[in-house]
Design a protein. Structure first.
Length: 149
């Protein structure tokens, strides 16, 4: 497997896949051009994609992580998280991720070495123009998790 950085000029070409991880193009635009867009390739084909921003010195955040739908549940997301943590290890102290309060997703991140950090109440209600759902759960609060790099 190989990690590549998507050039700035090609970032918007991946909007359709990023919309699988975040349903709002407006929200994606808020972070897409101020961070790195990284793709995990296997056999030369994209398997997963994530956007990572630097939020403050030593703190990086996974803003969007998505596995190509036909390749989900094959370990690509977990492998991408590990490679991203390795990439930023020498540049920071923390890797953050924010997600909805959905048990399966929280277990995924906790299984990747993240611990719960804090909650942004009503994030999905206040920042999206329509109700958001994940795995049948209506999203209200954003749960932040962190992992020491």
């Amino acid at each position: 497997m190989e990690l590549i950085e998507i050039p700035e000029s090609e970032k918007t070409k991946h909007l359709d896949l990023l919309l699988v991880g975040d349903e709002s193009a407006d929200m994606i635009e808020r972070y897409l051009h101020r961070g790195d867009l990284l793709a995990l390739l296997d056999g030369g084909s994209m398997r997963a994609l994530c956007a990572v921003t630097q939020e403050e010195p030593g703190t990086f955040e996974i803003k969007n992580i998505v596995t190509v739908p036909e390749h989900q549940r094959k370990g690509y997301g977990r492998r991408l998280v590990e490679i991203v943590a390795e990439r930023y290890r020498d540049r920071g102290g923390w890797l953050l991720v924010g997600t909805g309060d959905v048990p399966g997703i929280l277990r995924f991140y906790e299984g990747c070495g993240f611990e719960r950090s804090h909650v942004m109440e009503n994030f999905f209600v206040d920042n999206y123009d329509h109700p958001m759902y994940e795995d049948g759960h209506k999203l209200v609060d954003m749960v932040y998790l962190r992992r020491r790099l």
